[in-house]
Design a protein around this ligand. Structure first.
Ligand code: PEP
Ligand code: MG
Length: 364
């Protein structure tokens, strides 16, 4: 009721007065983004673009891309997805009313995208003028034994740069359109590359993004600032963060993958043996829920300590599940992050935790 809402607002107002960490949300629909804004989110820290491809029309076009032989054919297939993707981003920019939006480029394991059903394989064969067997051979050639450690994240953009081209066009065109409608907003798209492990691979994708973005901006005859940053979610990225920071505008810790890769535990299967770890007092809690401060946390601190001196403007956040856990938020405050990003319903808890962290350990 109104009085509860009033009390809630008052307490949250106190928290906001103290906290130094910004609180963003993980959202990929305007509905979630609006909900999170009502709960106090100051921006989107992670928009995952994966689910946007699963609409039947789009997924078919994506599959046509996968089984294409030439760059031109791949571009043609992805052009069919571009208007939808642009529409998705326009809706998010509208929902955020000028606040920052970080859009992460495609990061599924490729196996989720290859066709399984006989009927669709036949349809693809027809569309691509290939035999059913040829399509099946391509699918077999893409099989991976460990997809989560395989062909995903920016590796997809290295092998299929056309995907990064399409997503860059969608982000930049969407921002230009929404900016025109709202001249008082100052949009600055933040493009986030997933699964970077070192600067050379980051640069391969960054080059594609920057060339495409510059061309789009020039064609539109407007001015638009944008950022290209990266997820930090592989231990090697933490170890080489000084090199990456020379090229990236921001870092965002993906602690779901960083936990998986630091522990060597599958994030999808660890639940099957963790109980025995609690029984034996090896762990007190689930490392995928609470940041492992002496392991994963140490890598995060290392990445910040390496990155900040070479790039004093480096903006640093977290968007793994830990971004909404109070003790993890406190740790993020203590090691100097700029923002945490969490699911919409955890935004108030993150705001409170950030205020408590500042009271306990004030930043200079
Ligand atoms: C992460 O790995 O922490 C992350 C935010 O990305 P995703 O969960 O989509 O892999
Ligand atoms: Mg990840």
């Amino acid at each position: 009721d109104a009085s509860i809402a009033g009390e809630f607002g008052r307490i949250m107002g106190w928290a906001d007065k103290y906290r130094k960490l910004a609180v963003r949300t993980n959202a990929d629909t305007p509905q979630d983004a609006k909900k999170a804004r009502e709960l106090g989110a100051e921006g989107i820290g992670l928009c995952r673009t994966e689910h946007m491809f699963f609409d039947p029309e789009r997924i078919f076009a994506f599959r046509e891309m996968i089984v294409s032989d030439t760059k031109e054919e791949r571009e043609e297939a992805l052009e069919k997805i571009l208007p939808f993707q642009q529409g998705d981003f326009e809706a998010l920019y509208e929902a955020l009313e000028g606040n920052p939006v970080t859009i992460r480029f495609l990061d599924p394991p490729l196996h989720e995208f290859v066709p399984q059903e006989e009927e669709e394989i036949e349809k693809l064969a027809k569309a691509k003028n290939k035999t059913v067997q040829e399509i099946k051979d391509i699918i077999t050639s893409l099989h991976e034994f460990n997809p989560m450690m395989g062909h995903r994240g920016l590796r997809l953009a290295v092998t299929y740069p056309e995907i990064a081209v399409m997503q860059t066009k969608a982000v930049i065109r969407a921002a230009i359109n929404v900016q025109k409608k709202h001249p008082d907003w100052k949009l600055e798209p933040e493009i986030m590359i997933p699964l970077t492990s070192e600067v050379k691979e980051f640069n391969v994708v960054k080059k594609v993004v920057v060339e495409t973005a510059e061309e789009e901006i020039k064609k539109a005859g407007v001015k638009l600032a944008y950022q290209v940053g990266t997820m930090i979610e592989i231990p090697r990225a933490c170890l080489t963060a000084d090199e990456i920071a020379k090229e990236a505008d921001f870092f965002c810790f993906g602690t779901n993958d960083l936990t998986q890769m630091t522990f060597g535990f599958s994030r999808d299967d660890a639940g099957k043996f963790l109980n025995a770890y609690y029984d034996n007092k090896i762990f007190e809690s689930d490392p995928f829920a609470k940041l492992d401060q002496v392991g994963v946390g140490k890598l995060m601190k290392m990445a910040i300590d390496l990155g900040r001196p070479v790039n004093p403007h480096l903006h640093v956040g977290i968007c793994g599940e830990h971004g909404g856990d109070p003790s993890s938020v406190e740790f993020c405050h203590n090691i100097g992050l700029d923002y945490v990003s969490c699911s919409p319903f955890r935004v108030p808890v993150a705001r409170l935790a950030a205020a408590q962290a500042e009271i306990k350990n004030p930043r200079k």
